[in-house]
Design a protein around this ligand. Structure first.
Ligand code: MG
Ligand code: MG
Length: 270
């Protein structure tokens, strides 16, 4: 079921989304070769709790195999849902995707960013910038009167034009009083198909893009999704409100940009 949000509900969603944005920036301060993903998770969890939020991913999922951490931290060929660990250490040249969800005042925020760890090669930077650009192109289509397929198609076309793979098995989604609401927002598909977009719909749009094949597998931990061909993958996610004429982005990467401006090449942010 799709829930259209009132302006007061949208304000609460903005609060939640902005807390995710600031959490990602706080974590970004500590992204460098040698840091463990468990350490990054601890920093994220403390920051969320200090700002009166609840980590939304911790305890989420099937009974008996709930996600055990605050952040999903996915390195290189890991696409999404990587579990933070004391034994996972970031290395120079890695890329690391950090996905964060919070609940605050009854509403959820959920967004993600892929960081370069130190210096990365040109092709990797191209993957990051293309994925980020595709998110922008998807958001441009998220206007009243369009259809979900317009978002999907814009993302797919941009990434495939650069020769990258678009993951099919995982998709964006509605967001609000639940972490996942209708509609699903695939990152591939045909324009002018699917659910009609209406003002007040709130969506998490999140392209997952690979350097190779779009096929993915889930590892034995029941969570970590990796590319089937071991190619590296990027993931960016924003929370938006469908509006007349132009979508409004509730989350922001601005705080991250303040932290990373001296460490990531100009142009990477799209
Ligand atoms: Mg997410
Ligand atoms: Mg999401």
């Amino acid at each position: 079921m799709i829930f259209l949000k009132s302006e007061s509900e949208i304000e609460k969603m903005r609060e939640s989304a902005q807390l995710v944005s600031r959490t990602l920036a706080e974590v970004a301060k500590h992204i460098e070769p040698g840091v463990t993903t468990a350490k990054l998770d601890q920093i994220g969890e403390e920051f969320i709790k200090k700002h009166n939020g609840r980590p939304a991913f911790k305890g989420y999922g099937p009974k008996g195999n709930e996600f055990p951490a605050t952040l999903c931290i996915s390195i290189n060929e890991e696409v999404v849902h990587g579990i933070p660990s004391e034994s996972r250490v970031l290395e120079e040249g890695d890329i690391v995707s950090i996905d964060c969800g919070v609940e605050k005042d009854g509403f959820f925020g959920d967004h993600a960013y892929t960081f370069a760890v130190g210096e990365c090669d040109e092709e990797t930077l191209k993957l990051l910038s293309t994925t980020l650009e595709s998110l922008t192109k998807g958001i441009e289509q998220a206007v009243h009167g369009n259809k979900v397929g317009d978002i999907s198609n814009a993302i797919q076309r941009h990434c495939e034009a650069e020769g990258f793979g678009i993951v099919r098995d995982l998709v964006g989604h509605g967001l609000g009083k639940s972490l996942h609401e209708d509609p699903s927002v695939p990152n591939f598909g045909r324009a002018n198909r699917g659910e009609r977009l209406r003002s007040g719909m709130t969506l998490a749009i999140e392209p997952m893009v690979t350097m190779g094949s779009w096929k993915v597998e889930t590892q034995d931990d029941g969570w970590t999704v990796v590319t089937a061909d071991n190619s590296i993958a990027a993931h960016y996610e924003h929370d938006i409100v469908v509006r007349e004429g132009k979508a409004e982005i509730l989350s922001t990467f601005d705080y991250i940009r303040e932290i990373t401006k001296n460490r990531i090449p100009v142009g990477i942010h799209g």
